[in-house]
Design a binder for this molecule. Structure first.
Ligand code: PMT
Length: 204
């Protein structure tokens, strides 16, 4: 039987304003790489679209490295998957202009003009989509809103204000939120265990 292709986005994106300056965030890629590993274990063909991170590629995973949100969007489209799991922390905005050479302090002024990046998850036509919601307020309400707005099978909410969850750490505390509002809260687990639970949920 032909394997289903599962595409995972991981890590941050960088939005350059010149070759040495960019907008970004603290995502390390750990959550997304764990999902790629768990998906291979479960028998999927896996394409991992990774922003700039310092992690080893899991065995049997096809990795596509990207820098910006627009590059990530193209790589996800090109991967033409059956399932998309979006763990990447994609920059919602990018500088309106990117200089090819390092800007001098005096050229920069006090204001940075920004334009919106594409919403990769919302725009993707991959048939089954799972998103993440990194929240500092009410994770369930935000995850439910994103679930409905982006037409997700479910959304994985993580409260990134907790020190053993979210960015950078090897554990996570997550809640699966479905479009009908039903929720499943998991205990604190390693990111690989969370990843295996997500893959098992897709199998259902
Ligand atoms: O990489 P780690 O250090 O292990 O950290 C893991 C994590 C905290 C980054 C991860 O668990 C997580 O929560 N990822 C989503 C982070 C996020 O920025 O979520 P969001 O609420 O901004 O976006 C909602 C969803 O839409 C996400 O699935 C995101 O990948 C996607 N999105 C958002 C904006 C955009 N322009 N395109 C997108 O595809």
């Amino acid at each position: 039987m032909k394997k289903q292709r599962l595409v995972v986005t991981a890590g941050p994106t960088r939005e350059h304003l010149d070759p040495v300056r960019f907008l970004s965030n603290p995502s390390t890629g750990k959550m997304g790489f764990a999902i790629a590993k768990a998906a291979v274990e479960a028998g999927y063909e896996v394409v991992l679209v990774a922003g700039p991170v310092a992690l080893k590629t899991p065995k049997d995973v096809k990795r596509v490295d990207v820098v910006s949100a627009r590059e990530m969007e193209k790589a996800v489209t090109d991967a033409a998957g059956d399932i998309l799991i979006a763990t990447a922390a994609v920059a919602d905005w990018r500088p309106a202009h990117c200089s090819m050479r390092k800007l001098k302090k005096g050229e920069m002024g006090g204001t940075l003009a920004l334009v919106r990046n594409p919403d990769i998850l919302k725009g993707s036509t991959i048939p089954l989509k799972i998103g993440f919601a990194a929240e500092t307020g009410d994770p369930v309400a935000e995850a439910l809103r994103k679930c409905r707005e982006k037409k997700l099978a479910f959304c994985v909410a993580n409260d990134v204000t907790q020190k053993d969850a979210g960015f950078g750490v090897s554990t996570n505390r997550v809640i699966f939120v479905k479009p009908d509002g039903s929720c499943t809260k998991l205990p604190k687990l390693s990111k690989l265990s969370v990843a295996r639970r997500i893959i098992a949920e897709i199998g259902k």
